[in-house]
Structure formats: structure tokens, C-alpha cells
Design a protein around this ligand. Sequence first.
Ligand SMILES: CC(=O)SCCNC(=O)CCNC(=O)[C@H](O)C(C)(C)COP(=O)(O)OP(=O)(O)OC[C@H]1O[C@@H](n2cnc3c(N)ncnc32)[C@H](O)[C@@H]1OP(=O)(O)O
Ligand SMILES: O=CC(=O)O
Ligand SMILES: [Mg+2]
Length: 526
Amino acid sequence: MPTPDGVQVTGPLQPGFEEVLTDEALAFLADLHRRFDGRRRELLAARDTRYDALAAGGTLGFLPETQEVRDGDWQVAPPAPGLEDRRVEITGPVDRKMTINALNSGAKVWLADFEDASTPTWENAVQGQLNLRDALDGTIDFTADTGKSYALRTDAPLATIVVRPRGWHLTEKHVLVDGERLSGSLFDFGLYFFHCAQRQLDAGKGPYFYLPKMESHLEARLWNDVFVRAQEALGIPRGTIRATVLVETYPAAFEMEEILFELREHSSGLNAGRWDYIFSVIKKFRTRGRDFLLPDRAQVTMTVPFMRAYTELLVRSCHKRGAHAIGGMAAFIPSKDEAANAAAYEKVEQDKGREAGDGFDGSWVAHPGMVETCKEAFTAVLGDRPNQLDEKREDVHVTAEQLLDVASTPGQVTEAGLRGNISVGIQYLHAWLGGQGAVGINGLMEDAATAEISRSQVWQWLHNDIELEDGQVVTRELVDRLVEEEVAELPGDPEQYAAARDTFLSVAVADEFAEFLTLPAYERMS
Ligand SMILES: CC(=O)SCCNC(=O)CCNC(=O)[C@H](O)C(C)(C)COP(=O)(O)OP(=O)(O)OC[C@H]1O[C@@H](n2cnc3c(N)ncnc32)[C@H](O)[C@@H]1OP(=O)(O)O
Ligand SMILES: O=CC(=O)O
Ligand SMILES: [Mg+2]
């Protein structure tokens, strides 16, 4: 395959891949890499510097140097076509069947996910781009092994596509520019933008994105600069792109308005990425003993004080700036067991009802079966209004102390919680290493973010000698024993879980804390 100067594609070319990895598309990616990769690396290094200060006893707070931004009088761009009404958004991977099912689901938006719900295998990364292009051309179809065939519906509107590229920390090892790996973010963003921006505009919508795992407004500035360049390079008017930022790291919660400001001509709001947020809280203060100790994962609900402060501030910050506030993922998925199913629906109904009542403009579901539940909860509050940007929530005044108040979270650390974290972490990694980035386990959607909570809790409890509710101390011996017992409980030959178990131990037990579990896991893949 011909490639532009300095660009090497090392992944195998499956049928159709050459239609995505064209000479022009690769040249566009190389241009983005050469302009922006240095800054990406600097910003990742800045994350480490900030972490070192926290580990040394520092804290997080609102930035004095951006006070003017918070006090200033500015608004983000108005909602773009197809994004005015976002009362229900479905998320999921971009394989062919899920693409069709999500677009047909009745949700207003589909978050097409190259991130938490996706294993970034070469095949998933490139085939996903082909699937998005075919979906926009209306040519996508799929036939399952069962013979069931899938096509886009024509009797009702399809969901608006919003693509979530990988976070700044991930690379795409199958594309090298001047001998360096391309950023995974630039790969996913760049290929979608290159092939689909004009297609979306022709369809009366636009190139829309969700931006994950950012830790500062400077990272948002980098995205904004990428957008400006990408639009300029393809002759697409500046301000056409829209991006919703996931506020899902602890530091970002202190920079919500600054992030909106950086992206203001391209902004379509903020989302409360609750699962990665919890992970980030654990990660950032993992060595600080009981002050930042959370109870068992299941007990960290959206109504505990520090999570409440985070969502209240998010709605307040968005609506002050004319930006959408989008709620997070209730992880409950439908079950074949009737009682569990009823409980799952009730929990999603409550979660979405609370978000709508708090002023969010819409929210996420993980499964088509939950679309109507979310829609009804928001319609009960929004009525005919497409959103509730007019609910300014000026009653909300969240302090840094409230965002940092982890210590008052009620609950216990139990052996059942430790076992659950171990079992879910290993099962999830097993699926991930097999190419499936989201999976249902015990009636819950598990993805990269929820698995990060599981493994980082194990790490935190182990490295802070935490005592369980029954008096046992979390030691290496205890974790090793529970790992063996939990693997033995999983279906089939325990040996099939060897790679997942080893990866889990490397991110949950090893003294060196892996920044993201996907980093060592990605290196295990070809
Ligand atoms: C923290 C975060 O970032 S949250 C966002 C990232 N996470 C996600 O996006 C997870 C999205 N959800 C999923 O991937 C899936 O719902 C899973 C893996 C959890 C469960 O999927 P399954 O085991 O297939 O569930 P189930 O068997 O009930 O699915 C029923 C049907 O709904 C489809 N379906 C389920 N979830 C989705 C989805 N999110 N999008 C599109 N279709 C879906 C299935 O493909 C299946 O279709 P079929 O009947 O035509 O075969
Ligand atoms: O991406 C969403 C999250 O909760 O994490
Ligand atoms: Mg996330």
C-alpha cells in the first residue's frame, strides 16, 4: 500500500481497510501528528507533575490564574443541528450489529465508542471507521450467524452520531509517523473527520465528538487547536465541529468552566462521566490512606456527598454558559431474571429522574432496552422543551471542600467487595483481551471505566493495609488467595483466564501503579 512520506502502516490490511487508510487520509493524520503530538506528550507529563504534588500531600482546587474566565461574560456556541434535544443518548461499540441497533434504538444520540466500550484492536479501530462511513451512506447491513439480518430503519429518525475517540494517553501502534506511534485520539478523530465530516454536513448534521479523560483546560485547548487545524485543512468552516467533554477526572472537576471556555466555539457541553470520575478520585489520592478511602464499589452511588457536589456543579457550570449538561451511565442492563429485571428498570428510572430533576438536559443508557425509560424520565421534566438550558441552577454553590469530601462517604470495605472487584476485573480483562470492550456481568454493564474502579480499589486497599469490615487486613496473600478462588468460580477451564489474571495482577497489585489498565493490556496485543 502506498503511504505518504514518513508514514508506515504496520497493521494487516483486511478487505476494505484501504478505503479508510487512503494516502490522503494518512497524510492528514501525519499533519496532525507533526503539529500536535509534542504538545500531547507535554500535557501527559504535566499530569505526572500534578500527581507528584498530590502524592506529596498537596490538594486540588479552583485555579487562581483562571479566575477571569470564571468571572467573564461569555457563552458557548448554540446547539448544532441534531444536538438540540439530547434527552436520551445510547452508547456502545462500533461493530456492525451494534451500530445498526444503536442508530435504530429511538435514542436522540448515539455515542459511537472507540473508548471505554472498545478494545482498540487494529480491526476494531479500522473496521469501526468503515462501519460509520457505511452507516452515513445508508449502506450498512449485517447478517448474524443465526440468520437474523439487520438494516437501518426508515420509519423513524436515526440517532445523531457523536464519536468518542480514545483518550490522549493511548497510542495507535499500527501507524507510525516519522518512526513514532500516532496518538489513538488523533487516529480515531482524524479518520472519522476526514471521511465523514462532509457526509454529516450533507445529511444536515455535522462532525460531533465526545472527548474523554481530560485532566485540564490545557488539554481542551489542544483539542480545540486540533479542530481548528482539521477544519482549515479540509475547507470546513471553523466552528462546525461540536464536542461534549466528559468531566471524568478529579482535576477536571475544578476546571469545568475553563474547559467550556477553551472549546467555546466548538463546545456542545459537558457530561458527568461518573465511572471514570470515581476511578480518578481513587487514583489521584491512592496513597493518602483513609482520607480518600471509598467503600465497596456498589456503595459509591450518585447521592453520596462528593458525587452530588460534582453533578450539581456540572449542571450549574454548563447552564451558566449555554451548554448542555448530560448525565452519566446507569450501569444496570436488562436481565432474563424477572425480579432482577424489574429492579434494574426501577434503578435506571430513579437515576434518570434524579438527573432530570437536577437540571441535566439528557442522559446515557447502555442498552436499547433502557432508551424509553430514560426518555420518559426526561420528558416528564422537559415536556416539549428540547432541553432545560433555561434552568440556571443559580441556587448551586459548590466549594472545593465539597468536591474533596470523600471521607464522609458512608459504607464499608468488605471481603465481598474485594472478591467482586477481583472477579469483575479478571472477567472484564478476559473479554477486553478477546476484543470485546464492554460486557454484561451480574446484571451490570462493565467497561474500561468500571473495571478501573475495581482494580484501583484493590490496589488502594492493599497498599494502605486497609482492614476489612470483618477484621482481615488486605494483604498480598489474601488477594492472591481470593484471585485463585474467584478464577476457579468462573465458567470453563481456569487456564483460559491466565492472561487476564496476569494483567489484573499487574494493575491491581504491583507496586508501580499503571496509569490506565488499558496501557499494559494494549502492549499484550499484537
Ligand atoms: C463508563 C462508560 O463509558 S459507559 C459507555 C461505554 N459503555 C458502553 O457503551 C456499553 C454499551 N453496552 C453494551 O455494550 C452492551 O449493552 C453490553 C455488552 C453491556 C450487553 O450486551 P449484550 O450482552 O449483547 O446484551 P443483550 O443480549 O441484552 O442485547 C440485546 C440486544 O441489544 C443489543 N444491544 C445491547 N446493547 C447495545 C448497545 N449499547 N448499542 C446497540 N445495541 C445494543 C444487542 O446487540 C442485542 O441485539 P440483538 O437482539 O439484535 O442480538
Ligand atoms: O465515560 C463515562 C464514564 O462514566 O467513565
Ligand atoms: Mg469514561
